[in-house]
Design a binder for this molecule. Structure first.
Ligand code: PAF
Length: 274
């Protein structure tokens, strides 16, 4: 596996490889990331993965400084997964002195994570656009666990006419249903046992909505059941799967999305409905 840490090294590696599939990450890799790499590999192109903990997508009170970092472990995992290239830019490589350009996103970025984490999706869109410009992939693979992120990136690619195909990849879950996330490692033993309640509540809510029960009532009950499970729900919503606007019924492609705090950890999950 080639490792590039500067734009010059990246350019040389990209010339050697030709077209690539791309998996952008912030490291602390788990089986969900490796599933993205495997999906990209199965599509037949060499795979490039990036590891960059992007400061601009963290709020001032968020966990940028203590976000898990394990470069040696991550490189080992990428190599074993058959990655052809690892791109590990430094902050100066991504945000050169006097940088003054960022991407403003609205539409699917407006609500939910966008409302709870002001500036988050601008940071994501900006770094993803930079990564696409640097790596120039044919296709880029994103986990559906961050459903809103996938819609924001897809919207940006369509709006800016970027020459890359976005491939959403289904969420990888633990046996008890908990969606894999780098932040799960911060759950205490007791919280880890309770964490699958989020997926369970979403699954039950989806069944009720599909059975024709009133959406607002079901969302209310779901928030209550999360609180009973010891979580502090931020939002539970039925939304248009691509615009992320709230919807009251199943006439359009629908997604049930939720975020809830369990102890110090913010859990996110979503499932299709209908
Ligand atoms: O999903 C992530 O890990 C990050 O938001 C991404 C897409 C790598 C951008 O920093």
């Amino acid at each position: 596996m080639m490792i590039a840490r500067t734009l010059e090294e990246l350019r040389a590696a990209r010339e050697a490889l030709g077209p690539v599939g791309f998996v952008p990450t912030m490291g602390a890799l788990h089986a969900g990331h490796l599933h993205l790499v495997a999906t990209a590999k199965a599509a037949g192109l060499p795979v490039a993965a990036s590891i960059f903990v992007n400061p601009t997508q963290f709020g001032p009170k968020e966990d940028f400084a203590r976000y898990p970092r394990d470069e040696a472990g991550d490189l080992d995992k990428l190599e074993r997964a058959g990655c052809a290239l690892a791109w590990l830019p430094g902050v100066g490589e991504m945000y050169p002195p006097h940088h003054a350009t960022s991407i403003h996103v609205n539409g699917p970025a407006a609500h939910w994570e966008g409302a709870s984490r002001p500036g988050h999706f601008s940071g994501v869109a900006t770094v993803v656009a930079k990564l696409f410009g640097q790596v120039r992939p044919e296709a880029a693979y994103f986990g559906e666990k961050d459903w809103q992120q996938v819609q924001v990136v897809s919207r940006m690619v369509a709006d800016l006419g970027l020459p890359v195909r976005i491939v959403p990849v289904p969420t990888v879950r633990e046996a008890d249903g908990l969606a894999l996330s780098s932040r799960n490692r911060y759950l205490t033993e007791a919280e880890r046992k309770g964490a699958p309640a989020l997926y369970k509540a979403l699954t039950q809510a989806a069944e009720q909505i599909m059975a024709g029960k009133e959406v607002a009532a079901i969302l209310h009950l779901t928030r209550q059941s999360l609180a009973q499970a010891g979580m502090v729900p931020d939002y539970v919503a039925l939304v248009h799967a691509h615009t992320l606007e709230p919807i009251a019924g199943l006439a359009q492609p629908a997604r049930l999305i939720a975020a809830a705090k369990l102890g110090a950890v913010r859990l996110l999950d979503n499932i299709p409905v209908g």
